[in-house]
Design a protein around this ligand. Structure first.
Ligand code: NAD
Ligand code: MG
Length: 379
């Protein structure tokens, strides 16, 4: 029986993780749940899964939830509560499905406590990949990717030696505006941007897919997860999202991982690895599909991806600044404060205004992150 603490249980990845758990009650048990502010759903989940602890983002929310919790469930709140949910239970695995770099300290606490990490929260690796990976190595903790592309790459690399890997290619659906020209992006609405062709996901990552920032974050995520150089990482547009990514080995043999777009497959693989188990996902029928298409990435059409590569190559504080500025820009777009194309201009202005520095501790990371957020909020 694997015990799981799930951070961000009310979101898209969170609810799908609980679906995976529900399909295999003999395999998994939930011991911790955390949510931001969706009290009703957290109460429902707590009554269904009876975890030892749950956590909400504020004391008020926690107080309002307490009365409705099952006996034996402790209600925590805030940053401290989140760290306790990540590190203080008897979970073997912590699934990080919170959105944004605020998941960092809880992820680090879970690693320090020796928990395996099922990693969905890519912003933590983009912000502090050097610290997260170093700490995981020191503690002998596994970081198992949940992001579909990284799960695919992980599966393709299974049993292969690092030296055998030539390069990797991350596939990109192209997001909501794949076939728009830059002119056509003027004045697109929030509703249009949230309408992803292949995946149903949280709002932030759906906007990130439309700007191609999501692919940029994934490039940096892949660099850290698989210890690659940026010259070994490519991105290709693949509108069907059937090939989730592929690895080219030094002999030019390519191994790809395929399947219908359903996050429950990579979520479950991170939880059952190295084993596999049945899923309720629809099987892939290639004959029915007929064809798969691929198109070279257009970095002029999607300049935020080029900026992400540049920040990745610069390293040090640059990726954290890119990520923090993006979190604010996306939140502002979702609130209707700025235009869709304003996300890119904010990113560029914040990144160019930043003087890259070393970030060897959480304090410096928090300062850099706050600086980028303030500037992104004021443009
Ligand atoms: P979401 O917005 O649907 O869910 C986010 C979760 O974080 C919710 O449970 C929310 O309550 C919680 N949260 C928000 N603010 C919080 C706070 N202040 N304190 C504690 N918890 C808080 O997001 P999502 O789409 O599930 O994405 C989660 C992460 O997984 C992101 O990093 C995303 O990039 C990554 N990811 C998502 C998908 C997907 O298909 N949705 C795929 C790959 C990777
Ligand atoms: Mg992905």
């Amino acid at each position: 029986m694997k015990k799981i603490s799930l951070l961000g249980s009310t979101g898209s990845i969170g609810t799908q993780t609980l679906d995976v758990v529900k399909h295999h009650p003999e395999r998994f048990r939930i011991v911790g749940l955390s949510a931001g502010s969706n009290v009703d759903l957290l109460i429902e989940q707590a009554n269904a899964f009876k975890p030892a602890v749950v956590c909400l983002s504020s004391k008020e929310l926690a107080d309002s939830a307490r009365l409705h919790m099952p006996a034996g469930t402790t209600v925590l709140f805030g940053e401290e509560g989140l760290i306790e949910t990540a590190a203080g239970t008897d979970a073997d695995t912590v699934v990080t499905a919170i959105v944004g770099s605020r998941g960092l300290s809880a992820t680090l606490a879970a690693i320090e406590a020796g928990k395996s990490i099922g990693l969905a929260n890519k912003e933590t690796l983009v912000t502090a990949g050097h610290i997260v990976m170093e700490q995981a190595k020191r503690k002998g903790v596994k970081i198992l990717p949940i992001d579909s592309e990284h799960s695919a790459l992980f599966q393709c690399m299974n049993g292969e030696s690092r030296k055998a890997i030539g390069k990797i290619t991350i596939t990109a659906s192209g997001g909501s505006f794949r076939d728009h020209t830059r002119e056509q992006l003027q004045g697109v609405t929030v509703q249009e941007a949230l309408n992803h062709p292949n995946w149903s996901m949280g709002a932030k990552i759906t906007i990130d897919s439309a700007t191609m920032v999501n692919k940029g974050l994934e490039v940096i995520e892949a660099k850290w997860l698989f210890d690659l150089s940026y010259d070994q990482i490519e991105v290709v547009i693949h509108p069907e999202s059937i090939i989730h990514s592929f690895v080219e080995f030094v002999d030019h043999s390519i191994i790809a991982q395929m399947g219908m777009p359903d996050m429950r497959v990579p979520i479950q693989y991170a939880l059952t690895y190295p084993e596999r188990d049945e899923t309720p996902t629809e099987p892939l029928n290639l004959a029915k599909l007929g064809a798969l298409r691929f198109r070279e990435m257009d970095y002029d059409r999607f300049p935020a991806l080029r900026l992400a590569f540049d920040c990745g190559r610069l390293g040090r504080s640059a990726p954290a600044v890119f990520n923090a500025a993006n979190e604010i820009a996306v939140a502002r777009f979702l609130k209707g404060e700025i235009e869709f194309l304003g996300i890119e201009s904010i990113l560029e202005r914040v990144v160019y205004a930043h003087e890259v520095c070393d970030m060897n501790d959480l304090q410096t990371i928090a300062e850099v992150d706050q600086w980028a957020r303030r500037l992104a909020g004021s443009i």
